[in-house]
Design a protein around this ligand. Structure first.
Ligand code: B12
Ligand code: SF4
Ligand code: SF4
Length: 389
């Protein structure tokens, strides 16, 4: 078989047998055009900390694979609207997971398909070596995908495909044999900058790069106290953010239901917020453990649920929040609950202020907690109307 025939056989198997929506091929030369940008970001502390930390290994494929010749890029399209309608009960307050986190964790799904594709390629090309990765690997997934012709990188930094928009998960595979590369795709944003304009936090810098620390997706995954300026902007989305994709013209009407594993119960992906606050670890794992959005554990999601309740100004949540303040062992949960109570209530009282002061003594050594409580107390005092009574 000739290299071109191998390539066509791999493409056919991936698309027809493995239900992979897009596959592209590129050579294994270094991704030099990203090196300076990444180093600058590293120097300026502008990397998220979620990406592979060794820049050389991201840029030079031969640092992570002996004599690489080809890199495959794969894309799986995911749904943007739930198949089943959510039955809403009166008075309940629901949050939402971003679309990237609906259904079975895409890392698992993509890894399974990559393993099956590896098996096929190893049978097809005797002696070939392969290395697969998805998201957590060394390579810059969008850079591989762009060079392999899957789509272009937009000003939101995401890979945009013509057929599925940017709602695709990406995976890569390095091979030890040379296969004919596909043609890279140039940027097709034209004059549009909607993602930059609509990003609620100014995270997108306008040159295709971003400040990840200002991105709500990062903020919802971070485990510390969430910066105050991001809390209202998070609205009710407790994991991730889809805004710079929702506003993109290339995503108009995109909603693909091609993988049963990506469908989920609307009760799970739009969870009832107060319920989420009191889940045991076991209950959390049972209900949310399959989602990619559960990878940081339940604490950040519970913190975000508290913020979402405050954003709803939901007075019925106050008793649960006061209970968390009294009993929860995690300073971030206790402090965020205090902030939320101070946000929600219309008027405060001397008793409430006394309670806040008692709660503040629970973690005297934790500076961030102390700052959070001082600010919450300050806000309470602003709302206190019955001091004289
Ligand atoms: C770290 C990370 C994050 C961080 C930082 C994001 C970032 N853009 O750097 C945070 C937590 C914020 C994040 C958020 C999200 N992420 Co993320 N993330 C990653 C990860 C692990 C590494 C990204 C990285 O290396 N960034 C550092 C450098 C490369 O970024 P940069 O300095 O901004 O460089 C960009 C510019 O130089 C630009 N560029 C270069 N030349 C040119 C030229 C032109 C003309 C233009 C316009 C741009 C341009 O391209 C570079 C890449 O975007 C990748 C997986 C992987 N291994 O690659 C997934 C990945 C990028 N994330 C993904 C997703 C789905 C998301 C979210 C949509 C999730 C959500 N719904 O909340 C958001 C989107 C936020 C956004 N607009 O980027 C997908 C994207 C799929 C796709 N279609 O592109 C990936 C590829 C994971 C995967 N395997 O599927 N993510
Ligand atoms: S994911 Fe949200 S916060 Fe992050 S860059 Fe896009 S619009 Fe901005
Ligand atoms: S919103 Fe506009 S600028 Fe942003 S990625 Fe889509 S087409 Fe490009």
């Amino acid at each position: 078989m000739k290299a071109e025939e191998y390539k066509q056989a791999i493409r056919h198997y991936a698309m027809e047998e493995l239900n992979i929506q897009k596959i592209g091929f590129t050579d294994a030369s270094p991704f030099l055009e990203y090196e300076e940008g990444l180093r600058k970001k590293q120097r300026e502390g502008l990397l998220s900390g979620f990406e592979h930390p060794i820049i050389e290994e991201r840029i030079y494929p031969d640092r992570i694979f002996d004599q690489p010749k080809t890199i495959l890029s794969l894309a799986l399209a995911y749904p943007t609207k739930p198949k089943e309608k959510l039955e809403r009960k009166k008075g309940e307050r629901r949050g939402a997971f971003a679309r990237v986190s609906w259904g079975v964790d895409y890392h698992t799904l993509m890894a399974k398909k990559l393993a099956l594709l590896e098996d096929y390629i190893k049978e097809l090309i005797p002696g070939v070596r392969c290395k697969s990765m998805v998201d957590t690997g060394e390579l810059i997934d969008v850079a591989v995908a762009q060079r392999a012709g899957l789509g272009f990188i937009g000003y939101n930094g995401l890979l945009v495909t013509k057929e599925y928009g940017s709602y695709v998960y990406l995976g890569d595979m390095i091979l030890s044999v040379a296969l004919p590369p596909d043609k890279a795709m140039a940027n097709q944003c034209g004059e549009c900058r909607r993602c930059v304009q609509f990003c609620p936090t100014g995270a997108l810098l306008g040159n295709g790069s971003m400040n990840p620390h200002r991105c709500l997706s990062f903020q919802t995954q971070n485990k510390q106290f969430m910066g105050k300026e991001f809390r209202r902007k998070m609205s009710h989305v407790i994991y991730g953010c889809d805004i710079c994709q929702q506003v993109c013209p290339y995503n108009r009407g995109m909603d693909f239901h091609l993988h049963p594993e990506m469908e989920d119960d609307p009760q799970t992906i739009f969870p009832e917020l107060t319920e989420l606050l009191t889940l045991s670890n076991r209950e959390f794992k049972e209900k949310f453990g399959h989602l990619s959005g559960a990878w940081r554990g339940k604490k950040p999601l519970q913190r975000n649920a508290i913020i979402a309740l405050a954003n709803y100004k939901d007075k019925t949540a106050v008793p649960s929040l006061l209970e968390l303040m009294e009993k929860d062992a995690r300073p971030v949960i206790v402090g965020t609950s205090a902030w939320a109570v101070a946000e929600i209530i219309a008027t405060s009282s001397v008793e409430l202020e006394r309670f806040f002061k008692e709660v503040q003594e629970r973690f005297p050594e934790d500076e961030d907690f102390q700052t959070e409580m001082n600010q919450a107390l300050h806000r309470l005092r602003e709302k206190e109307t019955d001091r004289s009574s």
